[in-house]
Structures are given as structure tokens and as C-alpha cells.
Design a protein around this ligand. Structure first.
Ligand code: UDP
Ligand code: MG
Length: 314
């Protein structure tokens, strides 16, 4: 019996949940009719909303057999709320889809994700085709973020947010990450099970306004980079080395000018020490950074590996 669960984090989403439920249940009914899934559930996670979101979820759950609700005691943010829902789903479903409440992600991509699931794919990333509906600002900041993230060695799937399908085993692997700083799209991309991509067009928010103001977006981006990479720390070491090389060049240049008698007294020593001390300090910071990076990786206590298949092991 194949059970599909759709996990939807909701923060002040009273204006959209009725429509979201209508579209999701219609799509799920079709999946069941086509025998692609046997049982389907929608799990709404109320992330400490301050409007009537929870009342609405309770009402929907009374009306629709497929709807289940989970209310968090206070607002913990999109990533943590999603984690809460996934943690429940990991033991209650075989295939799990996470999607935003606001219908920006295309519900019709879910049947395509299920096709991949039936082919044995563990993680299917929803990737948006174009950013037509985003503002100029959001589009460019988001793209700059993906580039920076890639340059810093972080694993991200380009233009993939948190709309994806995971098999139970992939989700259970994810649940073994004990860290508190969540950057789910990166963590999932690093799992390593068979993956696929489904392209979709991102729509406008159905109603209400974005819960991700610039401030949250920036801190999310920073979180993404710092929870995947210690490369910024390594950059300090390289910068220190570069400064020391410059200092050596400055020493040669300073001594030559001094020998030619072109230098004002005191200039040579000052020039050389400024570059050299600067370089030495940066190098020292970088070395400390290398250790901090190691400590950082240790305290995260991430799992070392996941087994995908075995033969004959008892
Ligand atoms: N969300 C949440 N907790 C928060 C902020 C947002 O659970 O603190 C949910 C929100 O209800 C939505 C999803 O996260 O389902 C994405 O938020 P939103 O659509 O506002 O972000 P945007 O699409 O504008 O980046
Ligand atoms: Mg949205």
C-alpha cells in the first residue's frame, strides 16, 4: 500500500488554505483514481500563525478525510516548521512531498514527481523554469545567491526551493542530521540517493503577502552558505598569504628606493611593516579559522554516509 503525504508549512495563510486544499485534493483524487497511490494525506503545519490559520486547518480536517493538522506552539520559521512536518511524515508515509501553502509551486508537478518515484528515484526536485512572476529585485538577488553558493562549494540545485518529493528512506536519512541550523535544500542535495528534476512554472502567490521579507531572505542566504561551507574561513588564510607576498615585494621595492636615495626617512620601514603585519595577522586569523572550521564540522555531527544498496549482507 503506497501512501503519499503532502507537507505544507503555513504561517498566517488563512487566505489561501481553502483554495490550496481544493487543488491538492483534486490532484490527489486523480492520483488515486489512476492507481498511482493508494492513500493520500495533506499535512498542514501551522507555524505559530497569528491569524485564523489553525481554526481553518481544524475545520478543513473535519471536512476532508485527507487533511491532517499539526500546530507548533510558536513561530519557528519556514525551515523548522517544514522539518516538524517531515519528521512526522517520515514514519507515516512512503512518499513525501513538501510544498508551500501559497500555490506558487505548481500542484500539477506532483503527479510527474510520482512517476519518477515509481521508477525508483528517491529525491525529485521541483525546479522552476523561469522567474517570470518574481520582481526584478527578487530574481536577481536569488540568482546571485545561487552563484555565490556554488562558488563557496555549497550544494544547491539551481532554482530549486523546497518543493520536492522524497522517498521514505531518503527522508529518514535526512532525519539523521542532528544540526539545528537548517538549510534543507542543501542538506537534501547532499544525501546522494538517485535524484531527478521536474520543471514547473512558478505562479504568483494566490493571496496574502510573502512571509519572506528581505531581512529574512538575507539571513537565510547567509545561513545557507555558512551551514555548508568553511570556505569563507579558508579565504582569510589565502588573503593573509597574499598580503605577505605583497610585503615581500614591498621590501624589495622599499630597499631599492632607499638605495637610490629616493626614499623619505622612515617610509621604507613603515611601508614594509604595514603590509607584513597585516599579512601576518590575517594569516593567523586564517589558521584559527581552519580550526574553527574543523570544530564546526565536528559539532554538527552529520552522518558520515548512507547505504544505498547491499548484496548478500546479513
Ligand atoms: N512560512 C512558515 N513560517 C514562516 C514563514 C513562512 O511556515 O515563518 C511558510 C509560508 O506559510 C509558506 C512558505 O513558508 O507556505 C513560504 O513562504 P512565502 O510564500 O511567504 O515565501 P516566498 O514564496 O515569498 O519566498
Ligand atoms: Mg511563496
Amino acid at each position: 500500500m503506497l501512501k503519499l503525504m503532502i507537507v505544507v508549512p503555513c504561517y498566517n495563510e488563512q487566505q489561501v488554505l481553502r483554495e490550496t486544499t481544493a487543488r491538492l485534493t483534486a490532484m490527489l483524487d486523480r492520483l488515486i483514481a489512476a492507481k498511482k497511490v493508494d492513500v493520500a494525506r495533506i499535512l498542514y503545519v501551522d507555524d505559530g500563525s497569528r491569524d485564523h490559520t489553525w481554526d481553518l486547518i481544524t475545520e478543513l480536517s473535519n471536512t476532508f478525510a485527507a487533511v491532517e493538522g499539526l500546530k507548533l506552539a510558536h513561530n519557528v520559521g519556514h525551515q523548522q516548521a517544514l522539518w516538524a512536518g517531515l519528521e512526522y511524515a517520515a514514519t507515516h508515509a512512503d512518499a513525501i512531498v513538501s510544498i508551500d501553502a501559497d500555490l506558487q509551486d505548481d500542484v500539477e508537478a506532483i503527479p510527474q514527481m510520482m512517476e519518477y518515484y515509481h521508477q525508483g528515484i528517491d529525491v525529485v526536485f521541483g525546479v522552476r523554469r523561469e522567474r517570470k512572476t518574481d520582481t526584478f529585485f527578487k530574481k536577481h538577488t536569488a540568482q546571485a545567491f545561487y552563484r555565490l553558493m556554488q562558488a563557496m562549494g555549497g550544494q544547491v540545485v539551481y532554482n530549486h526551493a523546497d518543493f520536492r518529493l522524497m522517498s521514505r528512506r531518503a527522508l529518514q536519512a535526512l532525519m539523521t542530521f542532528p544540526e539545528r541550523n537548517l538549510f534543507l535544500r542543501g542538506m537534501v542535495a547532499s544525501l546522494g540517493f538517485p535524484t531527478a528534476i521536474v520543471l514547473y512554472d512558478r505562479h504568483e502567490r494566490f493571496a496574502g503577502e510573502s512571509k519572506y521579507p528581505l531581512r529574512k531572505m538575507l539571513s537565510f542566504a547567509l545561513d545557507g552558505i555558512t551551514s555548508f561551507s568553511v570556505r569563507p574561513l579558508q579565504c582569510i588564510t589565502y588573503l593573509g598569504l597574499l598580503f605577505i607576498v605583497i610585503a615581500l615585494a614591498a621590501i624589495v621595492y622599499g630597499l631599492l628606493s632607499y638605495a637610490e636615495g629616493k626614499a623619505i626617512p622612515g617610509w621604507t620601514s613603515l611601508l614594509v611593516s604595514v603590509w607584513f603585519i597585516g599579512g601576518a595577522i590575517l594569516l593567523a586569523c586564517g589558521i584559527i579559522g581552519e580550526y574553527v572550521g574543523k570544530i564546526y564540522k565536528e559539532v554538527k555531527r552529520r552522518p558520515r554516509y548512507f547505504i544505498e544498496q547491499t548484496t548478500k549482507l546479513k
